[in-house]
Ligand binder design. Sequence first.
Ligand code: ATP
Ligand code: MG
Length: 332
Amino acid sequence: MNGTIIETKNLTKIYNGKIKAVSDLNLEVKEGEIYGLAGPNGAGKTTTINMLITRISPTGGEAIVGGYDIVKNSLDVRRLIGVVPQDFTADEDLTGRENMMMVSQFYDVPRQKAQENSNTLFKLVDLEEAADRLVRTYSGGMRKRLELILGLVHEPRILFLDEPTLGLDVQTRTQMWNYVKEIQTRLNVTIILTSHYLEEIDELADRVSIIDHGKVLITGSPEELKGSLNGDIVTVTLTDQKSAELMKTMQGIVEVNEVGPNTLRIKVASADESLPKIINFISQHSLSITKLTVQKPTLDEVFLEYTGKTIREAEGGDEARKLAMNMRRARQ
Ligand SMILES: Nc1ncnc2c1ncn2[C@@H]1O[C@H](COP(=O)(O)OP(=O)(O)OP(=O)(O)O)[C@@H](O)[C@H]1O
Ligand SMILES: [Mg+2]
């Protein structure tokens, strides 16, 4: 246990000789963990997954999955893994159960075993009642849950989830998180998960690599990454401008910015230690406050720290680039 189950060395994919989608990627995934690949649109997440599941071949570097080389032993790799792709794959004109049986035939799972596994899996994601309905009658959340278990009917050791909650509303997304956690603990599989929702990665991943433009920016547990920023944010709203000005003069704070009327965003090394000092300062100078909140850094702030932009700006940037490219093409 806790050995390395996936390892990549300088894994690289260049599409059509020019688009460098993944560049010298080095990853080490430990058995049993949920490993997150986080990054904006076009970062190279799906390309990385597609190489690891042997759907496309790398143009450089290598990767070992479950002890097998993805290029030399691709059939062995395929037997060990389950895949839930970014796009829907289930047949809408079949029932959920018929889809499960079809996938299990594809993997040569004996019929009785397939039936048993299907029952367990439908129960796991609360789809028992819908199992015999046509998939076209499913809601978006039900489809995603079906896709999740379609990747598990042959009892894989490793499950790849590419954007498991894309397009789902917040409530359904939270439900999916619980199912993914259940799968990790009850079925004892290693899970590789991609997402451009950093809060999803924070919630689910034991460790994460943040990638942008095909390169790993940083790897660690969400706690380590957030901790590495060395700063919590205390936001305090005072009753008047004079108090706010005085508050700014407090010693021992990393950075202070005025972010609204009489409202200061104070960055401190550790809120646990600084909060008492801030409260003391307020009472010593007889300042009065109307609001005080403490915010620990999120993975969004980690992304900002390492790329100089927010993940949404990065996505906007890519869209803007695509648009510019299309416009150039249209002119040619
Ligand atoms: N088949 C392909 N041919 C050419 N370029 C491709 C192909 N697939 C992906 N790309 C390009 O490779 C880069 C990485 O794409 P990829 O789909 O791996 O990103 P992603 O991180 O999964 O993004 P998203 O969050 O949108 O799913 C992008 O610039 C994309 O346009
Ligand atoms: Mg993708």
